[in-house]
Design a protein. Structure first.
Length: 190
């Protein structure tokens, strides 16, 4: 319970905005905690932080997505080939490349706008050499839209969210983690 108390108490601190940037960057690379967990508390503590939170979360997510893309691109020859050989087949990989060519926009939209783990599809985009500028553009627009929608809802229902955050914080965190893991599982069987 100490983390929840610390997060709620410190969400009004000036460094909370820097934390939103850093944590959404980390979420886009390796964390399996939904970014909404980092976005909501500063807005709950002060409605005026809604727009800066969305901007910083979007920038952090975009930079993290670029890092994940680069990880996928540069580690293809080592980790990528090993993953394909041990968990898939070259035929499935070629099919995935073909899907990115045909449905790349939709795949990145789904990764950016839903609880599907963004980092995994960002790495996959790097593995298959999806156009990096298109990847950054699509993911930037739709991650920002997702964060703006969350911020707008938290902004509008600030008092209710404070009560929900205090009462159900850990339930929300664990639900988000479970949804992210399920999303990764669904991706792995596709």
């Amino acid at each position: 319970m100490k983390i929840k108390t610390w997060l709620i108490q410190n969400s009004s601190h000036p460094a909370a905005l820097a934390a939103v940037f850093f944590l959404t960057l980390c979420e886009s690379v390796f964390l399996f905690i939904p970014p909404e967990v980092f976005i909501a508390p500063p807005i709950v503590s002060d409605k005026k932080k809604a727009i800066p939170v969305v901007i910083l979360a979007s920038l952090g997510s975009l930079i993290g997505g670029a890092i994940s893309y680069l990880i996928g691109m540069f580690l293809y020859n080592s980790i990528g080939i090993w993953l394909i050989e041990n968990f898939s087949t070259p035929e499935k990989f070629q099919a995935a490349q073909g899907m990115f060519v045909v449905y790349g926009f939709l795949i990145i939209f789904i990764a950016a706008f839903t609880p599907v783990p963004f980092k995994l599809l960002a790495m996959a985009a790097g593995f298959v050499s999806f156009n990096p500028w298109l990847f950054l553009g699509i993911s930037g627009i739709f991650r920002a839209a997702r964060f703006a929608m969350v911020a707008a809802v938290v902004y509008k229902y600030q008092k209710g969210f404070r009560e929900l955050l205090e009462k159900y914080f850990w339930w929300a965190v664990w639900l988000g983690i479970v949804v992210a893991i399920l999303g990764a599982f669904v991706l792995s069987i596709m």
